[in-house]
Design a binder for this molecule. Sequence first.
Ligand code: 2IP
Ligand code: CA
Length: 417
Amino acid sequence: MALKMSDVLTALVHASEKSANIARACKQEEELFQLLVQEKKGSEKNKKFVSDFKTLADVLVQEVIKHDMGRKFPGLEDHIFGEESNEFTNSLGGGGLRPALSVMFHIWFPGEKIKVGVCATEEDTAKLLAKVLNGNMTAAKLLASIVHHHVSIEDPDLEKVTADIPQDTMAVWVDPIDSTFQYIKGYANEKSKDGIYSKGLQCVTILIGVYDRSSGLPLMGVINQPFVACDPETCRWNGQYFWGLSYKGISICSLRNEVNAASQSADDQDEVLRQKMISQAGDNNLSVVISTSESEGIKSALSMLRLYYAAGAGYKSLCVVQGFVSVYLLSEDTTFKWDCCAPHAILKSLGGGIVDFQECLKRQKDGNLDELPELVYNTPVNGATGVDRWANKGGLVAYRCRKHLDTIMNIISSVNL
Ligand code: 2IP
Ligand code: CA
């Protein structure tokens, strides 16, 4: 069955905006937020962090995206993959797993595992969430009302997409909350430098990327940034989202669609800054954003350039999308398919992309970087288990302009790492 791409993209934007509402609500209810934090265990753990966190917001966002997309396009929900598993253990204890019984007698069987999901009615979703929230019905009702609230956004640019796409060619990667650490611990009042936040709530993103099941290449994606600016009077956060699509010769990108943007003058300033950064980024004025955990070799190789540090794989890619930096480079294998699919689709729609860093280095040394090793999203890492199956093994370089990618690769390959 062929679907209108504008319908799919609109549904993705709506799902991302509902997700952003959940993310904002959970963060603003401090008491609720404390209840939600859970540690990831075993193979679900990102090896980079000593302790990684899974929050109910994370799980709920992923389930809402699956549910809403599946309702619009039945069958698609079976091809939506994400970082989070939807099993959540409430804190009534740490006992054994008794799935069928525990649902009925959860009071008698502490440490119950509950499947978080969206029910047919708001009331039922609230009841289900109340179990995870140890009976906190007020919080559960609040969340359920957001989950069942219809989101509508006026975005005339979405209508400009006229292509159709067969449903069975598409699959989706979701990162319900990227930069979980900043989401949990990040401050609200960090300052930016040249438009870039090194840490803080601004580094949190929701990433939904659609890829082609057979080629593995990205088709379209949405990056939603739920925390952009906090209104000092209402203490409420504004967000923004970006989308992009490239399919059969069509490339179209939102750049940019603020939702309830703080003020027009702030937008104008951002736009001026962005244009300045892009136009300045000649070969001698390249800028790069990297992780604080990047290797010393890479840090020193790039030290001659304008170097920025920022949290969040999605956020660093967003800095490239927005033109605040030329390139996001990561030499290690600490990002995953769900971190990159959406940004990759948007960068592709702008004429850029995301490539495998180590493979680029190899091809550069062999003198055949004509064909770029683009990241693909349909193939697990050979022999890997758990989350590592979907790691971007060779690191990555995200770029908007091919010339910038080449310059960076030249710099890196000229030093001994
Ligand atoms: C993380 C998150 C981290 C990032 C890491 C991702 O995803 O984006 O911030 O590390 O690579 O896997 P860094 O900030 O050092 O780039 P999540 O928060 O969803 O686990
Ligand atoms: Ca992530």
